[in-house]
Design a protein around this ligand. Structure first.
Ligand SMILES: Cc1cc2nc3c(=O)[nH]c(=O)nc-3n(C[C@H](O)[C@H](O)[C@H](O)COP(=O)(O)OP(=O)(O)OC[C@H]3O[C@@H](n4cnc5c(N)ncnc54)[C@H](O)[C@@H]3O)c2cc1C
Length: 390
């Protein structure tokens, strides 16, 4: 069987690597191959515990063990990470993944796929350099998937804008800043030799997000000298969209961003890109082309898709909700500072070991203990805010 993998980002590269390693003829088509895809480049413990080569490879990466969380009306808090976050430049990460695919035996073609048409039991792909035939297609073309008849049908409500600057400089910690009335956040991710400073937000125009980011950078003394701007789309599916999500069909499967597989709260997508690419390959290898689509849907749901769907129900409450007279995001920062029990939950969320399903139960189970810790550390009256900062 010949499998065409359309897109050579993390999702496509790993799918091709797994197929080629099992002896399937896999061909990756990517118009750019390795490139600096707009991204923070952060990988959680969840990703490198499942795929240890991410941690063990010699590919340059920053290993970060400290995050500073800030929100309106609360002093910043430093969260030590038991399991570090790895931060890659996307050029390096993509190059490493494509190299692994090639070494496993996949063919890697630098070409833009202009169209993919189903004919008989196979596919005819049109590229600028000629036509190509395949038995099966894996769609890994990212959030801006140009082949609209396959993969997730993203509406405006199912996306968020994400933009920022790559800025020369060095630092060792991550900064996360929550903002009033924004379903999203600002991040400062240190990389080797530069930083990725960015913002993501739902329901707000990119120009407004950029203005928020630039005000933050000015306040923090982060200069734009020598910086380069980036922006991209981030899938962020609403709950109903998870139910109708078009992840597979006759002779094709969609993986990564092209299948909308991004955490609707944190925007984490690299892990889900890798995992879905891996599951797509497993579906073909275990059940063959005919049953692969149905098997893939089952594997996705069993593995992580149910949790992402559940996350989409929590997102509004996290970013716009209120708890004990204050914004949930401010409470998260305050509780992280004042309650060791709550801090453990935040650490687990950061490393990806606490799924959204079960989070509420754990928080309520801990609530008494957390409140006692907070009262002991602070005094309950101090929780009542003056007024959320604008
Ligand atoms: C600003 C921003 C910050 C982010 N930060 C993080 C983060 O810190 N951590 C995290 O986990 N996730 C982050 N994400 C999400 C992450 O970048 C994506 O989820 C991830 O890149 C998805 O991988 P993918 O392989 O599905 O798609 P992509 O990485 O988008 O790869 C798609 C590939 O397809 C190719 N392609 C597209 N169309 C064609 C065509 N017609 N023919 C040939 N090739 C084509 C492109 O050239 C590209 O290489 C961020 C996203 C944004 C926008």
């Amino acid at each position: 069987m010949k499998v065409a993998v359309l897109g050579g980002g993390p999702s496509g590269a790993i799918a091709a690597e797994k197929l080629a390693a099992a002896g399937v003829q896999a061909v990756i088509f990517d118009e750019k191959l390795a490139w600096e895809k707009p991204c923070g480049g952060g990988l959680t413990w969840k990703a490198y515990s499942q795929y240890p080569f991410l941690r063990d490879s010699a590919t340059p990466k920053k290993i970060v063990t400290e995050t500073v969380l800030s929100a309106p009306n609360s002093a910043p808090v430093t969260l030590a990470l038991d399991q570090p976050l790895l931060i890659f430049a996307r050029y390096d990460l993509n190059a490493m993944l494509l190299d692994r695919a090639a070494r496993a035996g996949a063919q890697v073609e630098k070409a833009r796929v202009l169209s993919a048409e189903r004919g008989g039991s196979g596919w005819r792909l049109r590229t600028k350099s000629g036509d190509f035939e395949a038995d099966y297609c894996i769609l890994a073309t990212g959030a801006r998937n140009p082949l609209r008849s396959f993969g997730t049908e993203l509406t405006a409500a199912d996306t968020m804008s994400a933009l920022g600057y790559y800025i020369p400089g060095d630092r060792d910690r991550i900064d996360i800043q929550f903002l009033p009335k924004l379903e999203g956040y600002i991040w400062v991710f240190p990389r080797r030799g530069h930083m990725s400073v960015g913002i993501c937000g739902k329901g707000e125009p990119a120009s407004a997000l950029r203005a928020r980011l630039e005000r933050y950078m000015e306040r923090q003394g982060i200069s734009k000298a020598g910086a380069s701007f980036y922006s991209h789309l981030l899938p962020c599916l609403e709950t109903p969209a998870w139910k109708r999500n078009r992840v597979a069909g006759d002779g094709w499967m969609a993986v990564g961003d092209a299948a909308g597989l991004v955490d609707p709260i944190t925007g984490e997508g690299i892990y889900y890109a890798l995992r879905s690419g891996d599951l797509a390959a497993q579906a073909i290898l275990s059940e063959g082309a005919e049953l692969a689509a149905a098997t893939y849907r089952k594997l996705l749901r069993r593995d992580f898709m149910g949790d992402l769907e559940f996350g989409s129900r929590l997102a509004q409450r996290v970013f716009h909700g209120r708890f004990l007279w204050g914004a949930v995001t401010s409470r998260m920062v305050q509780f992280t500072r004042l309650s060791p029990k709550f801090r453990e939950v935040m650490q687990d969320l950061f490393e990806g070991s606490q799924p959204y399903v079960g989070l509420k139960r754990r928080l309520f189970r801990n609530l008494n203990c957390s409140l006692v810790e907070i009262v002991c550390n602070l005094g309950f009256g101090r929780l009542i805010p003056r007024r959320d900062a604008a």
